[in-house]
Design a protein around this ligand. Structure first.
Ligand code: ADP
Ligand code: NA
Length: 327
């Protein structure tokens, strides 16, 4: 087809948050209409940090179920699990051989994560961005929907593609980032200077896609705000701004019209409305996730079909790489 190609993925390294949903998955549902789409559960990336095997297996399936329940259509998009397509690891090795220690050492995520890992830093943490490059380049991806935090890795993917193309001959498309608009970045409920993240220790700082309604209400009611006492959309009131962004990302209303609507209202009213809007959005998704998870045979059918499609496309690119290298 002459549609542009997009590739994106989420690690099954923790329960997915409202940030993953509003910042990534909900947009993918729209993007699948316009682009040839590959949406992946990147389990090989998740093991750069130690995982409990049975939890990893369960979460991988849950992420797949969440993709489906959110409206990703397996007839439109290729939905697959990264480890089911061996070409990702093979292409990573080939790319490793033209990646420099220096450029990987400069990755800020590696610097952060390796500091936390202490003395025993897994090599996988270091070469993670090369695997990400392989993920993207194998599918001739035009656009990669990524958060700002992944831009440095995407830059590296572009560099590696260009380097390979120059060393051998044109092989890869050089992918562009597709950065969602500012409002789609959902912040930490306890510290709105940080993004909401599934790896945060404080469970009150995030909403999980699978959180029950009462938990959602409690977490939102405890969200940090400020002492201004007025509902404005401004960086000076990051907690309130975040709540407005959540409404906007779910309902599609503009922040300005939301502010207008809450003119004269208190924070308690805003919070209780935000909680109900989230509950209303997530409840049907949760019900579907549970349905999918109770039908393992269906999930298996989906990920096998996805792996077949992904394998076909990825292997074609891998063969090209091998041939050019002399393998
Ligand atoms: P990973 O699965 O790589 O640990 P993340 O959970 O950081 O990654 O991100 C997976 C996807 O979800 C990315 O596209 C990322 O931009 C998006 N995402 C994660 N957290 C947020 C957030 N708080 N707000 C908006 N988007 C987010
Ligand atoms: Na994360």
């Amino acid at each position: 087809s002459d549609k542009k190609i997009i590739f994106s993925g989420i690690q099954p390294s923790g329960e997915l948050t409202l940030g993953n949903y509003l910042g990534a998955i909900k947009n993918w549902v729209k993007l699948q209409e316009e682009y040839e789409s590959y949406f992946c559960v990147v389990d090989l990336h998740a093991i750069t940090v130690r995982q409990v095997p049975k939890d990893l297996r369960a979460r991988t399936l849950q992420v797949l179920a969440i993709y489906l329940a959110s409206g990703i259509d397996p007839e439109k998009a290729t939905l697959f699990i990264q480890s089911h397509v061996p070409a990702h690891c093979e292409a990573q090795w080939l790319l490793n051989c033209s990646t420099y220690m220096g450029e990987l050492s400069r990755m800020t995520q590696f610097k952060d994560k390796s500091q936390k890992a202490g003395e025993s830093i897994p090599v996988g943490l270091f070469t993670y961005p090369v695997l990400m490059a392989a993920d993207i380049l194998l599918y001739n991806t035009d656009l990669v929907p990524v958060g700002k935090d992944q831009m440095q890795h995407l830059e590296l993917s572009r560099d590696l593609a260009e380097r390979f193309n120059n060393l051998y001959s044109p092989t890869f498309k050089v992918p562009d980032g597709y950065i969602p608009k500012e409002g789609a970045k959902i912040m930490n409920l306890q510290d709105p200077a940080k993004k909401m993240s599934k790896s945060d220790e404080n469970a009150n700082s995030y909403i999980l896609i699978m959180d029950p309604p009462d938990v959602i209400r409690k977490k939102i009611s405890r969200a940090v705000t400020d002492t201004v006492g007025e509902i404005n959309y401004t960086d000076e009131q990051p907690g309130i701004k975040n709540l407005i962004n959540i409404i906007s990302a779910i309902t599609g209303e503009s922040p300005e019209s939301i502010v207008e609507k809450y003119n004269g209202c208190g924070y308690a009213q805003l919070k209780s409305d935000v909680a109900e809007i989230i509950v209303k959005e997530l409840q049907p998704i949760q019900a579907k996730v549970n349905e999918y998870l109770s039908d393992k045979a269906y999930l298996e059918e989906i990920y096998k079909k996805g792996a077949d499609k992904a394998n076909y496309a990825a292997t074609k690119t891998l063969r090209k790489m091998q041939k050019k290298i002399g393998l």
